[in-house]
Design a protein around this ligand. Structure first.
Ligand SMILES: Cc1cc2nc3c(=O)[nH]c(=O)nc-3n(C[C@H](O)[C@H](O)[C@H](O)COP(=O)(O)OP(=O)(O)OC[C@H]3O[C@@H](n4cnc5c(N)ncnc54)[C@H](O)[C@@H]3O)c2cc1C
Length: 187
């Protein structure tokens, strides 16, 4: 059950494009904010008046130890246009954290994550967390579906992660590669 916590005020540090359609929003919280890798927050989106405000959920894309916090979102509609218009220093309100999609730190497991586009957030939050680094699973595989090469968010970082250990695998799968030279997975 989602408990309605009191809103936390956040201050924007940066909004930037990670790919042509995916943005990141980094921000600080006004008061200490604890969460587990893989959890999400609920952002309150003003819509002219308090009564009309609505909300959207976003996974935290940074590990629990890191600040500023970061979200990764695909520009699709009203909520994400609002996030994309935020400027450094602007404030917004969140509730949370929420969600039970968190890392099971049993080291005798294979860890496989499947997502698309901005869905990389929870993987990034988990895979770079200290609990994950300290209780490493037998193998780690991240399969990420995107349209083309340009739409792979955090590509350098994820490729570097995969090179760190022979048990780490990052497998981007493109539905419409731009280049004929794409040698990776397609589907
Ligand atoms: C637990 C959870 C975690 C999530 N984490 C993330 C995350 O990390 N990153 C992320 O990007 N999303 C995430 N989402 C999804 C997110 O909450 C929003 O649903 C998403 O960003 C779309 O919100 P929006 O207001 O921008 O789009 P909306 O305005 O709600 O639009 C939704 C859809 O309707 C279409 N649409 C909107 N307006 C029109 C129109 N006028 N005509 C035709 N079509 C229209 C849009 O193109 C879009 O396909 C998460 C959802 C959940 C439940």
């Amino acid at each position: 059950m989602k408990v309605k916590t009191s809103p936390i005020i956040c201050k924007v540090e940066e909004v930037r494009f990670l790919t042509p359609h995916i943005c990141s929003l980094s921000f600080q919280t006004e008061k200490p904010f604890e969460f587990q890798g893989g959890q999400y927050i609920n952002i309150l989106i003003p819509d002219g008046s308090v009564e009309k405000a609505f909300s959207r959920n976003y996974s935290i894309a940074t590990p629990p130890e890191k600040r500023p916090l970061e979200l990764c979102f695909e520009l699709v509609g009203t909520g994400t246009s609002y996030l994309n218009r935020l400027k450094p220093g602007d404030t917004f309100k969140i509730r949370g954290p929420y969600g039970e999609f968190v890392f099971d730190s049993n080291p005798n497991r294979h860890f496989c994550y499947v997502g698309t586009g901005s869905g990389i957030g929870p993987f990034r939050s988990i895979a770079f967390s200290s609990v994950f680094q300290n209780t490493h699973p037998i193998s780690v595989t991240c399969i990420l579906g995107v349209e083309n090469e340009e739409e792979i968010p955090y590509r350098d970082e994820l490729e570097k992660f995969a090179l760190e250990k022979p048990t780490h695998h990052f497998i981007p799968v493109l539905s419409r590669p731009k280049s004929k030279d794409w040698k990776g997975k397609q589907g």
